[in-house]
Design a protein around this ligand. Structure first.
Ligand SMILES: Cc1cc2nc3c(=O)[nH]c(=O)nc-3n(C[C@H](O)[C@H](O)[C@H](O)COP(=O)(O)OP(=O)(O)OC[C@H]3O[C@@H](n4cnc5c(N)ncnc54)[C@H](O)[C@@H]3O)c2cc1C
Length: 421
């Protein structure tokens, strides 16, 4: 029997998952506008041949859909090295380096044991708990993270920086955008990652997992199931719909007919190619702004503290008259499978000079900005699905994590008749 045709537009986690789940019931073609699939899951090969993950690579082991997908694909999971974070002021060259090992304590001349530093660490735990109490007492509707933090005295100074920079890390958003994000995002993110809301969980193992052989292992496996059904550099000009069909038009003038279309690209990109979007599509997709953030892979340590003080993530920051900026610097050699002598950083939103000869690679990633407007409409997003043979999925259906992309794709597959959970 002739299978119905589906165009999946966007080859990140959401697009790959929906194409994978629907591939047997439907004749699926996945269109990706760049020259590779994976989107914000990207394994880079350094000039010396070593692979490193430079974007999505740490996943919550409690995420059922994602874990089931990894298991079905035969992807092996490993526990990442447990590390904390370091805070280093680029102007004063001082900071808070949270590592109680003798090596790190020596390197920072036992600064961490000073009462003010110990208090800053303790306040992080107390501050999050205090904020949680506010959550239980109040309705957070319309309240920003900035407003929330101003009500919690513990969340100030270096403690505030750790909390907000950690949000920059898990959202890929900049400091100001995090401060203006809804307070609810703070809790939703932390509870999704389960490792920051409770003291016990903070120190429990196996909350987070990485992929053995890097994210590439999973992207390659899922792609191999799609065979020749992936079109890279796809150059889609527009997508129009009539009562029975979807017409995908390309820059070279070609047109292709499909029975259904799945937009697994960012919502702004979907709106830019969708002919005659409905008022609901305009409202629910048009509210999203995106962050274009560079990640530079390099081994220029000149702006960093002593390497012994660089944790899994080091935040290099400036606070100039209240204008705060930070970069999020991930230690590649903390990743499972990367030897300890591969001293490279993946620096997101670098706010310090990186010498060209020390730079291995640079790429721009796009991630959704969660603000009061966009966050409020998330529960309505599923209402878009199923009209005019059109479906949407992506990490913006949740809190921007990989599992959100995968879960939204599983839901689209369900709506198209493939029950998988
Ligand atoms: C630096 C960084 C680190 C991250 N780390 C983690 C992490 O450790 N864990 C985690 O859970 N999440 C992490 N994330 C979040 C990550 O964005 C999500 O996990 C997830 O990868 C998003 O998947 P997606 O499919 O929704 O979107 P994307 O990955 O953005 O995929 C969308 C795809 O659509 C394509 N596209 C766009 N327009 C078109 C078009 N017109 N035609 C065809 N294709 C198009 C894009 O090129 C892209 O490939 C990280 C993000 C960044 C930026």
């Amino acid at each position: 029997m002739k299978r119905e045709k589906i165009a999946v537009i966007g080859g990140g986690a959401a697009g790959l998952t929906s194409a994978y789940l629907l591939r047997e019931k439907y004749d699926v073609t996945l269109y990706e506008k760049t020259d590779r699939v994976g989107g914000n899951a990207y394994t880079h090969q350094l000039k010396n041949g070593q692979h490193v993950d430079i974007a999505a690579c740490v996943f919550g082991s409690h995420c059922k859909g994602l874990m089931k997908l990894f298991s079905e694909l035969g992807v092996e999971l490993v526990t990442p090295e447990q590390t904390f974070v370091s805070l280093h002021n680029l102007d004063t060259k001082e900071g808070l380096y949270i590592d109680f090992s003798p090596k790190a304590l020596f390197a920072q001349k036992f600064q961490l044991l000073k009462p003010s530093k110990l208090k800053a660490v303790l306040n992080l735990i107390l501050g999050v708990q205090k904020a949680l109490e506010y959550k239980h007492q109040n309705n957070f509707k319309g309240c920003t993270i900035r407003e929330l933090c101003s009500c919690v005295p513990q969340l100030s100074g270096e403690t505030l920086y750790i909390a907000i920079f950690s949000m920059c890390l898990i959202t890929s958003m900049c400091y100001d955008d995090v401060m203006n994000a809804p307070a609810a995002l703070f809790f939703d993110k932390l509870s999704v990652w389960k490792d920051a809301l409770s003291f016990k969980k903070l120190f429990s193992k196996n909350q987070l997992v990485c992929i053995k052989g890097f994210t590439k292992a999973y992207v390659d496996k899922i792609s191999s199931h799609l065979d020749k059904k992936i079109v890279l550099n796809s150059n889609i000009k527009s997508v129009s719909r009539n009562t029975t069909h979807v017409v995908v038009s390309f820059d070279d003038g070609q047109e292709k007919l499909f029975d259904h279309v799945i937009f697994s690209c960012p919502p702004d990109s979907a709106l830019s190619i969708l002919v005659d979007p409905t008022s609901e599509e305009k409202r629910l997709l048009g509210v999203w702004r995106y962050q274009e953030g560079p990640v530079v892979v390099h081994n220029d340590f000149s702006s960093f503290p002593n390497p012994k003080l660089c944790q899994g993530f080091t935040f290099l920051y400036t606070d100039r008259n209240g204008k705060v900026e930070t970069s999020v610097n991930g230690r590649c050699w903390s990743q499972p499978g990367v030897p300890n002598d591969i001293k490279y950083f993946g620096s997101q939103h670098p706010n310090f000079p990186i010498r060209k000869e020390r730079t291995d690679f640079k790429i721009i990633f796009r991630t959704p900005i969660f603000d009061l407007n966009s966050y409020e409409i998330i529960p309505e997003l599923p209402l878009l699905n199923g009209h005019q043979n059109t479906y949407f999925c992506g990490s913006y259906f949740g809190t921007g994590q990989h599992e959100d992309a995968v879960d939204s794709a599983i839901e689209v597959a369900r709506l198209l008749g493939v029950e998988w959970r």
